[in-house]
Design a protein around this ligand. Structure first.
Ligand SMILES: Nc1nc2c(c(=O)[nH]1)N[C@H]1C(S)=C(S)[C@@H](COP(=O)(O)OP(=O)(O)OC[C@H]3O[C@@H](n4cnc5c(=O)[nH]c(N)nc54)[C@H](O)[C@@H]3O)O[C@H]1N2
Ligand SMILES: Nc1nc2c(c(=O)[nH]1)N[C@H]1C(S)=C(S)[C@@H](COP(=O)(O)OP(=O)(O)OC[C@H]3O[C@@H](n4cnc5c(=O)[nH]c(N)nc54)[C@H](O)[C@@H]3O)O[C@H]1N2
Ligand SMILES: [Mo]
Length: 745
């Protein structure tokens, strides 16, 4: 059969239709594109208008992919270090030699210290996320797979809260993503309002939601409400902006619940039939009248009431929650409160409301099962599992903060080998206090890094470097929300090859065959994908390639139809079978069963003396188009658009400090400091500053101590370790304090 996804042109060039994931970062998870190949090189990338979700639209990171793929500094062969750690001395080796060294080392550590002495580090939701767990559990055989971000502050909290409170897969606003005809589908209802709560999807396109869908819906009449300390582009077009003090979101959510409940603006049928603990919640929200909430949050009382009334009277009006929920030690309570608003206003699992995934992840079986390939006594050694039962029940990883403590103290045992699968975490990304991680990681005796470019992390710790293909150079299956609420599946098609790169699944298979052949029956990635797709969906990988995109069917009101519980009964997959406005699980973990507000650990209210020395509230890491965390800093066009790290400050505050737009400034607090260029803008609250994350400088000196200038603009050095919530989740990446002063360039 002729390949639908690969077309040859008369001049010998060809075009491949594909859905992108990373590397490099393409977090939108599956944007459709056409890759044009000439003489074995990628020459142009275009959006694919036939893709039902992205419909031809692409961001600048994909459009500049040719610059990334064929970059002269890219590493496309396996390498071993020949100098000391931190020296830029490497030697090209064959894959056979790389495997020999790695297998010998892993066996040595396992035989002498136990498999738990090895830790696999993984980063955010890229394709790698599907594979770094099996790489650890199944190929290597260690229980220690670590997502190093303090408080597991990305997605982990949101997914876990959903599991605890609703017993369902990740909630997403209904943007008609399941329908080939999208918004015109007769089953669909357009939301009257959408609340963007600490999320900026035009920049971030996170995890299976596509920012431009908001524009589509706004064009059809949907209105926007933003809860954000910054007025971003969408906020300038919003009906309401609640410009709150960073980190006080839970008070705001409880204030909104107070108005909804006291003014009886909630869906009484839904509350009566499907919610547990309403009376307790009603009592709790009496502690949060709008006046008090206004004082805490800086949001005018009238605005809180007005927005609550909109949510109580306009249907559907879903809330899209963002990273501001996760990056907050009070975020579990915030998530609980936001889900409670969504539930009692009747927005759960209805057209144009919030979609919910079924309890079992699509294509998730194999991934989950790899953990049970490990003996129970080894699994019990997982770092932080006993100390943090709530987190470790929901996440199969180590506890991130506990992992740093283990590295620093050698307790309960010494870690000896590291594998950096998709994390460059000293270049302020997946780490609070990266300077501490940097010192602690020195003691690892042997490290493997998989990446596309040399990074500060690889330069500091890598002993073996394994080169990765970009998404244009390997096959894969793209799946939104990691199958927990999959809007579609896409085929990622290998279009060409550069050097000798191997993808995450290829590395899992090849290493697995050497160390645990009993777990790895597949010889190729394609064989593996066939085995995942056929039993669940009845299609082969080749079928998926030719379809381009597979859209599963969606059922609304699954709780009425017995589609949310494993036993097939109606209701939710929770202990009480209902939406737990009052959580039975929290109680069992020693946490308050109801949402409550807790002041940020450092703030004008909780640390007034420190605040007089560090008089700004600091929020960090709002996304930009031109980078994916620490990726893309070496792509010329992207660096031309965003040459320098940027912090945002209000004109009044800037004037009082003698700072002009474009001046270099330093942000400093009790933990560290970082230098950035000031962008003076009225879009930020006068008492708040915002700083970008993920900055390093590939053009600067590679060797230690510089490590590509990684310590110069490293905002995470200001963010403390282990300032997390009671259940182990959430860290203050978006709510700290600092001072700002002018410095020389
Ligand atoms: N201050 C502050 N810090 C933050 C945040 C913030 O808002 N503020 N946000 C946090 C969040 S939400 C997250 S998720 C973390 C992200 O943190 P990380 O995921 O650690 O991000 P990166 O540092 O870009 O590291 C990813 C590395 O993996 C490589 N890579 C990319 N794709 C793949 C792949 O598919 N396979 C493999 N093997 N490697 C790949 C990249 O080239 C890159 O070098 O950062 C966090 N850090
Ligand atoms: N281009 C690009 N896209 C990305 C990424 C990337 O690095 N680059 N990273 C990906 C990853 S891993 C993630 S997790 C997502 C995150 O994507 P989002 O969830 O959209 O998160 P952010 O962009 O960090 O922040 C969103 C908004 O929260 C606001 N905010 C800051 N502090 C607070 C607060 O205390 N409360 C409230 N309510 N709002 C606050 C910020 O001003 C910002 O406008 O993006 C993904 N997409
Ligand atoms: Mo993230």
């Amino acid at each position: 059969m002729e390949k639908q996804w690969k077309k040859y042109n008369q001049d010998g060039t060809y075009t491949v239709r594909t859905c992108g994931w990373s590397p490099p970062g393409d977090h939108p998870v599956g944007c459709g594109m056409k890759l044009h190949i000439k003489d074995g090189k990628l020459v142009k990338v275009e959006g694919d208008p036939e893709h039902p979700i992205s419909q031809g639209r692409l961001c600048v990171r994909c459009l500049t992919l040719p610059e990334y793929v064929h970059h002269p500094q890219r590493i496309i062969y396996p390498m071993k270090r020949v100098g000391k750690r931190g020296e830029d001395k490497w030697q090209r080796i064959s894959w056979d030699e790389a495997w020999d060294i790695i297998v010998e080392k892993i066996n040595y550590f396992k035989d002498n210290y136990g498999a738990e002495s090895i830790v696999v580090f993984g980063g955010t939701g890229r394709e790698a996320c599907l594979y770094y767990y099996p790489l650890g559990f199944s190929s290597i055989g260690t229980p220690n797979v670590c997502y190093a971000l303090s408080g597991w502050s990305c997605y982990g909290p949101r997914c876990s809260i959903t599991d605890y409170i609703l017993g369902a897969g990740y909630p997403e606003i209904d943007f008609a993503g399941y329908y080939p005809d999208r918004y015109d589908n007769p089953n669909y209802t357009l939301p009257k309002y959408i609340v963007l709560w600490g999320k900026n999807p035009l920049m971030s396109n996170p995890d299976g939601f596509y920012g431009h869908s908001l524009i589509d819906m706004m064009k059809r009449g949907t209105k926007i409400i933003c809860v954000d300390p910054r007025i971003h582009w969408l906020a300038t077009r919003a009906e309401h902006v609640l410009q709150l003090r960073p980190g006080t979101d839970t008070a705001l959510a409880l204030g909104i619940l107070n108005v909804l409940i006291n003014e009886e603006l909630y869906d009484k049928d839904f509350v009566e039939n499907w919610c547990y603990g309403f009376e307790e919640l009603k009592e709790r929200v009496q502690e949060y009248p709008p006046e008090k909430v206004s004082e805490i949050t800086w949001v005018p009382k009238e605005k809180i009431i007005e927005v609550a009334r909109i949510l109580g009277t306009c249907h559907p009006a879903p809330i899209q929650w963002g990273l501001a929920v996760d990056e907050n030690p009070n975020g579990v309570q915030l998530g609980h409160a936001i889900l409670s608003i969504i539930a009692i206003t009747g927005n759960l699992d209805v057209p144009g409301g919030i979609t919910l995934g079924p309890p079992a992840a699509l294509l998730g079986k194999w991934r989950m099962e790899t953990r049970s390939q490990m003996p129970e006594e080894l699994w019990e050694k997982r770092i932080g599992a006993k100390e943090w039962p709530a987190l470790s029940t929901a996440m199969a990883t180590t506890h991130p903060d506990e992992t740093l403590d283990t590295l620093e103290t050698g307790k309960p045992y010494k870690l000896r080998m590291g594998w950096f699968n998709s994390s460059n975490f000293i270049s302020p990304t997946c780490s609070a206090q990266p300077d501490r991680w940097y010192r602690a990681l020195q003691q690892l005796e042997f490290c493997v890094v998989q990446d596309t470019f040399m990074t500060p992390t690889a330069m500091a710790f890598g002993d073996i470097f394994l080169p990765l293909p970009t998404f244009a150079e390997h096959d894969g299956v793209v799946i939104t929300h990691f199958g927990r609420n999959a809007i579609f599946l896409g085929a990622m098609n290998k279009a060409f090859e550069v050097g000798e790169c191997k993808s995450d699944i290829e590395v899992c298979i090849e290493l697995g065959k050497r160390l645990h052949p009993e777990h790895w029956p597949w010889n190729t990635a394609e064989e593996f994908f066939d085995d995942q797709l056929k039993p669940e969906l009845g299609i082969s990988f080749d079928d998926l390639r030719n379809m381009g995109v597979y859209q599963p069917k969606y059922e609304y009101k699954k709780y009425e139809k017995g589609l949310l519980r494993f036993d097939g009964e109606p209701g939710f997959n929770t202990v009480t079978g209902k939406v737990e406005l009052c959580s039975t699980l929290f109680e069992s973990w020693g946490e308050d069963p109801l949402p409550y507000f807790q002041e940020p650990h450092y703030s004008p209210v909780s640390t007034p003396e420190l605040f007089s020395e560090y008089p700004f509230v600091l929020t960090t890491g709002a996304r930009t188009f031109t980078s994916f965390h620490s990726e893309h800093r070496q792509v010329p066009t992207l660096r031309e658009i965003t040459p320098d790290p940027i912090m945002e400050i209000h004109p009044d505050s800037a004037a009082s400090l003698g700072i002009k737009d474009g001046d270099w400034v330093c942000m400093e607090n009790m933990y560290g400091k970082a230098k950035m260029k000031a962008h003076v803008t009225p879009t930020i609250h006068p008492k708040v500053v915002h700083a970008q994350h993920g900055w390093w400088f590939p053009e600067k000196e590679a060797e230690e101590p510089s490590l590509y200038g990684v310590w110069e603009s490293n905002i995470n050095t200001l963010i403390p370790h282990k300032h997390i919530g009671k259940l182990g989740f959430g860290a203050p990446f978006k709510s700290l304090i600092c001072k700002v002063y002018k410095v020389e360039e």
